[in-house]
Design a protein around this ligand. Structure first.
Ligand code: ASP
Length: 330
């Protein structure tokens, strides 16, 4: 029988309702491993990493989780890893591990939208399905996956789309990698744009600033003064910002890397618009195009890349991986 290590970090899956609201409780994580039928699918080992709501998850915790999971997957007796996590920031931690853990073994993040004592709780079912994915031969080499509601998503593509519904995880513009259907784990496709970044440490001081209509750039300008070593700027559409922000982008980009993303959740940012504040103008001012990753994921990537290099043009290579405007497409 294959062996799966379940690493628990907390989240609603390990919470219960009290008079104060839904909160973590001691022992919540261990209940996850006591799900009936789990033992029929795999030999289970439980490792508790933390018991926190996922808004408490920090870059340093992500780094330590990544190192722990790297050690686990290097063990000969382990076939796969399932990680339980709160849904709020699951897409960030799973992407962090996708970029930093090197293995062909399946790593599957899962969670719950309904706490353990709620009618129709989804936690046990999600853990069961995730363990099925973790022991599946077809899941090898798929990178870090996210499995909830019997859908399997790529960590790089998935996002939480619904504040309350169990069908909250989706990969807009991509769709799921596959599904769990009863005992079958079925993949439709492979995630082709994955990247591994070999680092010894990360730069945690990376900010995320979202622009808005009428923005004069004062918030973005503060980022440098506050000691951040990099910033992700979430712009509009193809990767555009208001004109006053463009000047500030130029100032800030001279000192720290500025990665541009879009508030749209489908498509790439590109150097298309040449007006002041348009993507092409911002590239001339030193911006790095985040391409198709969301702002929150670009921030995760920038923290990791900064662990490797502080050179803007080197950093650019990690983000602008596909064709730029004007380059020959074959
Ligand atoms: N607020 C919770 C968390 O992310 C939500 C959840 O787990 O579904 O920890």
């Amino acid at each position: 029988m294959k062996k799966v290590v379940i690493v628990t970090t907390g989240g609603t899956i390990a919470m219960t309702k009290t008079h104060d609201g839904v909160v973590p409780f001691a022992g919540g994580n261990s209940l996850i491993t006591q799900i009936p039928k789990l033992g029929d699918i795999a030999q289970i080992e439980h490792v508790e990493f933390s018991n926190v709501p996922s808004p408490y998850m920090s870059p340093s915790m992500m780094w330590h989780l990544s190192r722990l999971v790297q050690e686990i997957v290097e063990r000969d007796d382990v076939d796969g890893v399932v990680i339980t996590h709160g849904t709020d920031t699951l897409e960030e931690t799973s992407y962090f591990l996708d970029l930093t853990v090197k293995t062909e073994k399946p790593i599957v993040f899962t969670a719950a939208m309904r706490n353990i004592n709620e009618l129709g709780t989804d936690g046990p079912r999600n853990v069961l399905s995730s363990v099925k994915v973790a022991v599946s031969d077809s899941a090898k080499g798929m990178g870090v996956m996210v499995c909830l509601n019997d859908e399997i998503h790529a960590a790089r593509e998935v996002t939480k789309t619904y504040t309350s519904n169990v069908a909250t995880f989706d990969s807009p513009g991509y769709g799921p990698l596959g599904i769990v259907d009863e005992d079958a784990v079925i993949f439709f496709r492979k995630p082709l744009l994955r990247m591994h970044i070999d680092v010894e440490g990360i730069e945690e001081r990376v900010a995320l600033v979202k622009t808005f209509t009428g923005d004069d750039g004062r918030i973005l300008r503060e980022v440098k003064r506050l000691g951040y070593k990099g910033v992700v700027l979430e712009g509009f559409g193809r990767g555009n910002v208001p004109p006053d922000v463009a000047d500030v982008v130029g100032e800030v980009a001279k000192e720290i890397p500025v990665v541009l993303t879009s508030r749209c959740f489908k498509g790439r940012v590109l150097d298309v618009y040449g007006y002041k504040g348009g993507g092409a103008d911002l590239v001339k001012r030193g911006v790095i195009l985040g391409q198709e990753v969301s702002a929150q994921k670009a921030r995760i990537k920038l923290m990791i890349v900064l662990g490797k290099t502080g050179d803007r043009e080197e950093i650019r290579k990690y983000f602008e991986t596909t064709r730029m405007r004007g380059e020959l497409q074959i």
